[in-house]
Design a protein around this ligand. Structure first.
Ligand code: TYD
Length: 213
């Protein structure tokens, strides 16, 4: 299927405000009369949402990094086949809360780089995002925000990891951005929702919308 639309992903650690920014961006695109779809990973299709439960809600005992990475990837293949690629083929904007960079950052720390490279290639193929926003903030701030958002709810598989894990995640996302400077834009996520949304819109407009007018 030929790709006509635009694929934009949001990445970052816990509590960076990705889902709010996904919603803001979709809203702005729709105001222009463009088809824009908000989706997320793990999830986005019924099967991938079922795998999300397995991965995040403690339905199974802690998996090895390799098997965890492969289940995230299995969910991604379903999501790509059933939702992302058909939408891109129609010419839609697909705005996704997390994608393959999350597997590299969250699972990749405990795996050989070659394993993640191969897995990513097999899973994603040519459907590499056109643009990725990495919402960056200190691990402590992100965790504090995620704790506040959750209230009395139970921390999931990753929220309950130690602070060192979250510091490592931040570094891993910044490394991904350095290695992929054309695709990735690092956004300072300590600012207000409006300031962040405004920077994101400026970037999307300059790359995809202004360019067509
Ligand atoms: P979610 O509630 O969406 O987290 P957040 O609000 O922080 O985005 O849960 C997704 C969790 O799954 C998050 O902790 C990151 C983790 N994850 C991976 O470990 N690997 C992956 O490939 C993906 C997509 C997510």
């Amino acid at each position: 299927m030929a790709k006509l639309g635009r694929f934009i992903t949001f990445e970052g650690g816990e509590g960076a405000g990705k889902s709010t920014q996904v919603a803001r961006l979709v809203e702005r695109l729709r105001v222009l009369g463009l088809e824009a779809i908000a989706t997320r990973e793990p999830g986005g299709t019924p099967n991938a949402e079922a795998l999300r439960k397995v991965l995040l809600e403690g339905l199974v005992e802690k998996l090895s990094p390799a098997s965890e990475a492969m289940i995230f990837s299995a969910a991604r293949v379903d999501h790509l086949d059933k939702l992302i690629r058909p939408a891109l083929a129609r010419g839609a904007y697909v705005i996704c809360d997390r994608f393959a960079d999350s597997t590299r950052a969250y699972q990749g720390g405990a795996l050989p780089e070659n394993f993640i490279d191969q897995l990513e290639k097999l899973t994603v193929g040519e459907t590499v995002p056109d643009l990725t926003f990495i919402l960056d903030l200190p691990a402590e701030e992100g965790i504090a925000r995620a704790d506040a958002r959750r209230g009395n709810g139970k921390a999931d598989r990753f929220e309950s990891e130690a602070i060192e894990f979250h510091r490592g995640l931040r570094a891993a996302f910044l490394t991904i951005a350095e290695k992929n400077p054309q695709r990735c834009v690092v956004v300072d996520a300590r600012r207000s929702v409006d300031e962040i949304a405004s920077d994101i819109w400026t970037c999307v407009h300059a790359r995809f919308i202004g360019a067509q007018n």
